[in-house]
Structures are given as structure tokens and as C-alpha cells.
Design a protein around this ligand. Structure first.
Ligand SMILES: NC(=O)c1ccc[n+]([C@@H]2O[C@H](COP(=O)([O-])OP(=O)(O)OC[C@H]3O[C@@H](n4cnc5c(N)ncnc54)[C@H](O)[C@@H]3O)[C@@H](O)[C@H]2O)c1
Length: 390
């Protein structure tokens, strides 16, 4: 079998862990043939480091690939995905699938712009990508790693095999602030904590309810309403800055909470913020009618270590966003694995090979965007319950 040729768009943070993911795919030959990005130095450095070609243009990358993997800022996802699909390529899109990034004017401020317009535009953007995928008969993969995290996958097995009903799901992704220079400006990121971090536990919850419905009733259970609040805590004039949290956000929130109701009357509560010290805090708990499961993605207690002096661990990676390595910590034994990255690329490559939908597919991506932007509509009304348009 000829290897599937993958071309990566973007040469920084996400591109690196995607490349690592492809190295672990088994049973399907995969070759990462090249990369393109905004700056020629970064793509050349990335290509040199990983033994692939650096392409000066997106079009040239497409010509050399069967699958285009989009690891560029969210504001570019739709344009790149549609262009690649129209060129007959299968497409992987990082989170957020797409969104609303403003009308292109200098005075656009996401936190003050009409959220109803944002929602309409974000959903129209989803539909343009899904239509392009349908028309080109190519596979669209939504790169939401939480769907594949081993802890979430085990709960999917428990929920479906026990024929349980998840009554209440609660989940959170938080840390002390994103590293990306694009993050913090709505025109690049399409939102703040809610879109950037809340998407992860939210998609996991939506995916579990889909699987539950398919197992018990032969069709997914989908979200119907949302109530949400967002806040800009580090830009609040009373915020006392001690220097541990990132605080230079431009026009996005740094705290969000979302309450989702589903077609069967059950609920999920999703939290996301940039206010949490002590390393990334990724977890989801399921309260079902017949069991209760706590999924810890990070930290996990596979190992616990005590370091008496900070500099002893200067070359040791401990865990994402840990502020200090001194004292007790819970180093990630295999952070990529516990976050679901290798499993994600395994499913994507098999779905392209076999011409089938991946578990994290376009429909799940669209439901996620519908909940996220309906949450902004609700937050604009200070938490009023709002229906999700389907
Ligand atoms: N799943 C996760 O856990 C996770 C984590 C981080 C980022 N992400 C997502 O991955 C995507 C990239 O984020 P990142 O953190 O790597 O950002 P980054 O800022 O580190 O890198 C962005 C890359 O996109 C490239 N780029 C910008 N404009 C481009 C253009 N016009 N054409 C080609 N390339 C262009 C840049 O040169 C850069 O290499 C975002 O959608 C982000 O939300 C996902």
C-alpha cells in the first residue's frame, strides 16, 4: 500500500505535536511530506528538524499531499480547508473548527461585537466547510484530541456497554494563559477561554452523549439549549497582579462557564479559564444513572516526584504549564498519550484509508461551534437560556 502523504500548514506548537502523532500511527503507512507556514525561516527550520520539504505556497503543498493538516490560527481554518477540499484533499482541522473573526476592520473588538451575528457567521462558515467536504467526497477530520483521550474512551466504553444515561457531565480545561501571540485577539482566535479551552471538555461531553444515544436508541443525543457567563477577570481594574498569570488579552474573556441541556433533558457544565496555577487542569466527570466516572486527563498520578531544588529539573519536562518544578509534582509519564494525540491520528489515518467518518467528525465539530457561539449569545444576555439552531 502506498503511504498516505500528509502536508502540514503551520510550523509551530500544534504542528509539532501533530508530527509526533503521525510517527506513532501503525498499520497504515504515513509519510509527512512537507510543511508550509507564514514565515520562511520557521518552515525551513521545522522541515529540517523533521526531515521533510518546506513549501513556499499552500498550493504547492497540496500538490504533494493526499491529506492537508491545518495547524494555523483559527481565522484561516475555513479558507484553507475549503481550498484543500476543492483540490481533492482530505482535511484535518485543529480546534476551533472555525468561528467568527470580525469584518476585517481595524476597529473590530470581539467582546463588544453582536454575538448573534457572530453565531450566524460561524455556523455559515461550518456549513461552507461541510458542503465542500460533501461535494468533493473527501473526509473531514476535526482534531479534537479529548475525544480520543484514553480516559474519555474508557468512559465511552463504560457508558455504551452498560447502557447508562449520563445525567450530568462536568468538565474543565484551564491553565495560566496561552503561549501563542495570536491568542488574546478575537480576530485571530475567534474568542477567548470559551473557544480556546472550553471547546475541549465540551466536545468530549457532546461526543459522549452522541455515543450514549447511538448505543441505546440508534441516534445521537444532541445539545438543545445553552446558558453561559463570561468574564474578563485579569482586565478587571481590581485585579491584583502577582506576575503568575498571563494578562495581556486584548478583546477576549479569560473565564467562562457554560450550562448545556440535551435532547433527553440531561445537562453538562463546562468551565474554562486562564486563571489556574499549578499546571494544566484537564478533567471531566460523568454522573450517570448507573455509574460515576472521573476522567483525569492532566494531571494524573501515574508518578509523583519530589524535587528539593528547582534547577535539578532544568532539563526535565514535568507537565504542561507547570509554574515551578520544585517540591512535589505529578510529571506526565506520556502527556501526548494521556491527551489522546496518537489515538487521534490513528483514527484519522484509518478513516482516510477506509473512506469512513472519523469519530471526531464534521457533525461533532459543527455542534461544538453551535454551542460555543450560542454560549456567547447567552453571555451577552448575562446568562439567559438560548436555543441552539439546528
Ligand atoms: N488541540 C490542542 O490541544 C491545541 C493546542 C494548541 C493549539 N491548537 C490549535 O492549533 C492551531 C495552531 O495553534 P498554534 O498554537 O500552533 O499557533 P502558533 O501561533 O504556535 O503557530 C501558528 C502557525 O501558523 C502559521 N501561519 C500563520 N498564518 C499562516 C498562513 N497564512 N499560511 C500558512 N501558515 C500560517 C504560522 O507561521 C505558525 O507556524 C490553532 O487552531 C490552535 O487553536 C490546538
Amino acid at each position: 500500500m502506498k503511504p498516505l502523504r500528509v502536508g502540514i500548514v503551520g510550523a509551530r506548537f500544534a504542528a509539532r505535536f501533530h508530527w509526533n502523532g503521525y510517527q506513532k500511527v501503525y498499520g497504515t503507512p504515513v509519510e509527512v511530506t512537507g510543511v508550509t507556514s507564514a514565515s520562511s525561516e520557521s518552515r525551513k527550520a521545522f522541515a529540517h528538524e523533521h526531515g521533510m520539504r518546506a513549501f513556499d505556497s499552500f498550493e504547492a503543498l497540496c500538490d504533494a499531499a493526499d491529506v492537508i493538516d491545518i495547524c494555523a490560527p483559527g481565522s484561516l481554518h475555513e479558507t484553507l480547508a475549503v481550498a484543500a477540499l476543492r483540490r481533492g484533499k482530505h482535511v484535518i482541522v485543529e480546534k476551533p473548527f472555525t468561528g467568527y473573526y470580525g469584518p476585517g476592520t481595524d476597529d473590530f473588538r470581539g467582546n463588544r461585537f453582536s454575538k448573534e451575528i457572530m453565531r450566524q457567521e460561524a455556523l455559515a462558515s461550518c456549513d461552507r466547510i461541510l458542503t465542500a467536504a460533501r461535494e468533493s467526497k473527501r473526509i473531514i477530520c476535526y482534531a479534537e484530541n479529548w475525544v480520543y483521550a484514553p480516559a474519555i474512551q474508557k468512559e465511552r466504553e463504560i457508558l455504551t456497554k452498560s447502557r447508562g444515561q449520563a445525567l450530568w457531565i462536568i468538565g474543565d480545561e484551564s491553565h495560566s494563559g496561552s503561549h501563542s501571540p495570536y491568542y488574546g485577539q478575537w480576530k485571530f482566535s475567534g474568542g477567548g477561554s470559551l473557544v480556546g479551552k472550553g471547546c475541549h471538555p465540551l466536545t468530549a461531553a457532546l461526543s459522549l452523549k452522541r455515543s450514549e444515544g447511538e448505543a441505546r436508541m440508534g441516534k445521537p443525543i444532541r445539545p438543545v439549549t445553552v446558558s453561559a457567563r463570561t468574564h474578563e477577570i485579569t482586565r478587571n481594574k481590581n485585579f491584583q497582579d502577582e506576575g503568575f498569570l498571563r494578562k495581556d488579552y486584548d478583546d477576549v474573556e479569560d473565564y467562562s462557564q457554560v450550562h448545556v441541556t440535551f435532547q433527553d433533558g440531561t445537562v453538562a457544565d463546562i468551565f474554562a479559564s486562564e486563571l489556574v496555577l499549578g499546571g494544566v487542569h484537564n478533567w471531566l466527570e460523568v454522573f450517570a444513572n448507573n455509574h460515576r466516572t472521573r476522567c483525569n486527563l492532566n494531571p494524573v498520578d501515574a508518578l509523583e516526584t519530589y524535587n528539593p531544588r528547582e534547577e535539578l529539573f532544568k532539563d526535565v519536562y514535568v507537565v504542561e504549564k507547570i509554574g515551578t518544578k520544585q517540591g512535589w509534582s505529578r510529571p506526565a509519564a506520556d502527556e501526548d498519550w494521556q491527551h489522546g494525540y496518537p489515538q487521534e491520528f490513528q483514527d484519522f489515518m484509518e478513516s482516510v484509508r477506509d473512506g469512513r467518518e472519523p469519530l471526531s467528525n464534521g457533525e461533532l465539530a459543527r455542534d461544538t461551534i453551535a454551542v460555543l457561539y450560542t454560549a456567547y449569545v447567552s453571555a451577552e444576555k448575562r446568562g439567559t437560556e438560548v436555543e441552539i439552531p439546528h
